[in-house]
Every structure is written in C-alpha cells, then in structure tokens.
Write a new protein. Structure first.
Length: 154
C-alpha cells in the first residue's frame, strides 16, 4: 500500500491546506470544540515555517494524506508536527512520512530526534523506536502536559 504514497516538499501555498489537515487530524481523537479552538494557532502552518523548517507532504493521488514539519539545528532534530488525514490513519502514510523524515535527519547527521507528542500519538512514536524521556507543557492548554519523546540517531 505504501507504493502509492508520494513524498515531496511542501510549498508555501500548501500552508492553509496543511493547517486544515492538522486541525482535522487532531479533532479525530474526539477533543471537544473548546479544546480544539485553543489549539488552532499551534496547529497552523504559518508562511514563515517554510523558510526555516523541512516540511514534507505525503500524497495519495491528488490528495494530501499527511505531512510533517522538522526543525534541524546542528546535530539536533525536532519533529515539530506530524499529522495524517483521518481517513488514511493506519494505511502506511505515517510510516512513509517517518521513513522520509529519518532520511532527512541522516542527511544532516543529526544525532537526536525529539518531539512533543499528543497522547494519542505516543504509541505510534514508540512503535517507530522513540522513547518517552519526560513531559513537556502544552503550548495551547495551560496545565496540560504532553509526552516528550526522543530517538537517538546513529
């Protein structure tokens, strides 16, 4: 099933579509409207993100099936966001994006990858080899803490 997934660089004109996809993907987990509205800004992909981040999209046909945002800084990499279109969750899109992201980190010889995970995504990240190293305060919801994940890279 992964052979029909194409991975490519996102373009600034994709920002609105990616922001909308991120919002839909987060809402998939049953968060209420108040929670989702509090997360709206954090889920958006602003135009300046395309200048300093690696943003890659997965497409199935003409549809954007998912994307990730990666910040590379020396030998450190931070997964800023990874979202899958709800209808594609479990179809291999996340794994395809993950594999592409690992190639990107290897190209710059990153030694460590971290991310602040949504609790519903922690299992995916664990499956991909990350481990929980602590917790991190939510940028959107005061008093909420999220799993802080890490993967040591070769």
């Amino acid at each position: 099933m992964m052979q029909d997934i194409a991975i490519a660089d996102a373009r600034p004109e994709d920002g609105v579509a990616l922001s909308t996809l991120a919002f839909r993907s987060k809402a998939h987990w049953g968060y209420d409207a108040t929670f989702m509205e509090a997360c709206r800004e954090e889920l958006s992909v602003p135009p300046n993100a395309f200048e300093g981040e690696t943003i890659r999209i997965a497409k199935k046909g003409n549809m954007i099936a998912g994307f990730y945002r990666l910040v590379l800084d020396g030998n450190e990499a931070e997964l800023e966001a990874m979202f899958i279109e709800p209808s594609f969750i479990g179809s291999g899109v996340g794994k395809a994006l993950w594999n592409d992201m690992i190639v990107c980190t290897a190209e710059v010889r990153a030694r460590r990858l971290t991310c602040q995970a949504d609790p519903y995504a922690e299992g995916f990240y664990r499956h991909m080899g990350m481990e929980r190293i602590g917790k991190s305060p939510s940028e959107s919801i005061p008093g909420r803490f999220l799993p802080l994940m890490e993967l040591r890279l070769a």
